[in-house]
Each structure stands twice: as C-alpha cells, then as structure tokens.
Design a protein around this ligand. Sequence first.
Ligand code: PMT
Length: 353
Amino acid sequence: MAPSRRNSFVHLSRSNSLEFISTAAPKLETAVDRSVPDHEPAEIDEETKYFHNNPAPSYLPEVKKKVSDFIQSHAGKRPIALVTSGGTTVPLENNTVRFIDNFSAGTRGATSTEYFIANGYAVIFLHRQFSLLPYSRHYSHTTNCFLDYLDEAPDGTVQISRQYQDQIQPVLRDYKRAVDQNLMLFVPFTTVNQYLFTLHLISLELKPVAHSSLFYLAAAVSDFFLPTSRVSEHKIQSKGGSGQLTVDLDPVPKFLKRLVEQWAPGAMIVSFKLETDESILLFKARQALTRYGHQLVIGNLLQTRKFEVIFVTNDAVTPYRISKEDEENGKEIEALIVPNVVELHKKWIASHE
Ligand code: PMT
C-alpha cells in the first residue's frame, strides 16, 4: 500500500514542512456549495471584493501558526526572505479534473532559496506543491532520477554509488545544516486562490520584521481566474452541450500595489517580469516599477531565463549573465542574482536604520 501524505510528513518532520497539507486535492466539503456570493458592486475595492467572494483555504490557521513561530525564531537574528515559486492553477471544476496551468517548474525559486540560505537568510518558501524544492531539486528532475545515484551492496543495504559521493556530499551538508538550524519553512499552494490567501497571510505576519524582510516574488501567478461562484460543481461533460467549451475568466486583481503599500510596507520587494519578446522586456519591467512603487524588478525572457536577467531599479538597469560554458560547468544564474539582491537589501536596511 502506498504511504499516506501524513505518514510522509511524520517521516520528514525535521525539515520544517507543511507539505502534508494537500493543496492539490479538491475541496469536497464545498463542492456542492452554491451559496458563495458573486462579485460585490464595484464600489468595494478589489482586495476586499476578492477576499470576500472567494473562500479562504481551510488549512490557513495551521499555516499561520507555523509561519508565526518561524518568524519569531529568526526575528532580530537574521533577515527573512519570502520566496514564491512555481505556477498557480486555475481549477475549472470544484471536484477538479481540469485546470489551467503554466510552464513554471519552480527552478528559479528553489535555486534562489539555497543561495539566500548560504547568504545568511531564513527562508519561507511559498511554492507550488510538487514543484522543485531547494536541495532535493538536484535529484528530483526526470533527467536526474535519484535512483540512479543509489547502489545495492552485497549485504542488501542501499548506499550512494561511489562515483556520486563527491557530488552529493556538499548538497547533503547544506541541506542538513538548513534543516538543523530551522532555516527554511515550506508552505505549499496549488491554486491561484490558495496562493493569494497565503501570500496575504504571510505578508501580514512579516510586518513586524519590516525592513529586514525581503519579498522575492518568483512565482508565475495566473493573470486570470474563475471566481468561485462560477466554478462548475462536477466534471464538465464533453457531450450534451454545443461540443465546444467556452471559459469566461476574470482578471486576477493586481495585488502587488496593495502588497507594497499595505500588506508589507517596510519590506524590500523584488518582483519578476517574464516576457517572450525581448523588445518589450525593459519597458514592461520599468512600467511595473513605476506602477507598483517597489524596489526592484528582475526582467527575464522565457527562452534565456537560465542564463541572463536584467535588474531594473529607479537608478539603474544592470544585466547579469552567465556564459554557456559557465552553465555547462554547473554555474547557476542565481549565484549572480541572489548576492546582488542581498547587497541591495543591505542598503535598504541601512537606509532605514
Ligand atoms: O520556475 P521557473 O521555470 O524557473 O521560471 C521562473 C520564472 C520565469 C517564472 C520567474 O523567473 C518569473 O519571471 N516569474 C514572474 C512571472 C511574471 O511575469 O509574473 P507577472 O507579470 O504575472 O507578475 C509580476 C510579479 O508579481 C511577479 O513577481 C509575480 O510573482 C507577482 N505577482 C503577480 C500577480 C499576483 N496576483 N501576485 C503576485 O505576487
């Protein structure tokens, strides 16, 4: 019999993880609830409307407790980064068979988390459940199956193959240190609704640590969603209708401005801007900076995001690149991104002292 998620949580409980929460499962208790109201009249602001009309995830109190304990144990000792990672889903059915998703594998967020920890941070890792995780990402990719690293000894015990010992040892050491020193908290999401409620909650919890908190928003958040009041109760049937499926999505409110001004007013905020057309990337990154009034936009192109990014601040535009050769030798662009973000964060903290 396959082990339950709860058992795997008990087993992994040393690595401060809320992974036992099943964010991917449909919420059966509300699957037939048609009483959720539709959007309120336009005079109520977008934030109030969104959080009023869409249900909070039932597990949020558990997240709040863990996040609050984590922040308390690091406040005043080290900076805390909130790293968001991976793509959000938009369920089309309440008993979810179909959903809209995006490409993000969580590489940027998982990789950056390791570099933040190496640079003295504690990290709340708000990630798409089952996307890449810090440290284990080195072995969880399908082209890098962890079983290939194992051998069976003549006495039947399982061990790391001799040829991989040198490669695994430093990752294992870093991982154990992060776990032993309680430097990461894993908080999962699957849907865009779960993401927004959890981001809001964590932002408010981080308010007391103000300037020494850093928001590093690498998640690829859906721009459109289906309000709860319009989500189909059961699997949409392929036969019986017109034969075509028309989905009418609403725009996800742009919460970044609310985050900068109200949810996390003292924090340094880094957002990402992803484009596929190079000619508009800088313009869009600058536009985001002006529109939301935060400190840094990191622009990247889908095609080259693993080799180059641009930092856009009010004062400068700075490109960072690694060469193909660097990449083949195992260098990661996050080894340039994160220390430079950390430098800006140090200045941010100093300017508020
Ligand atoms: O995971 P990988 O495969 O490594 O890919 C990494 C990445 C390309 C997804 C990442 O580097 C990246 O660019 N993420 C942001 C994608 C994007 O363009 O997001 P956006 O324009 O929808 O949003 C702008 C910023 O606001 C983002 O930082 C986003 O995380 C944040 N946001 C957006 C909407 C929302 N409702 N909440 C948010 O926090």
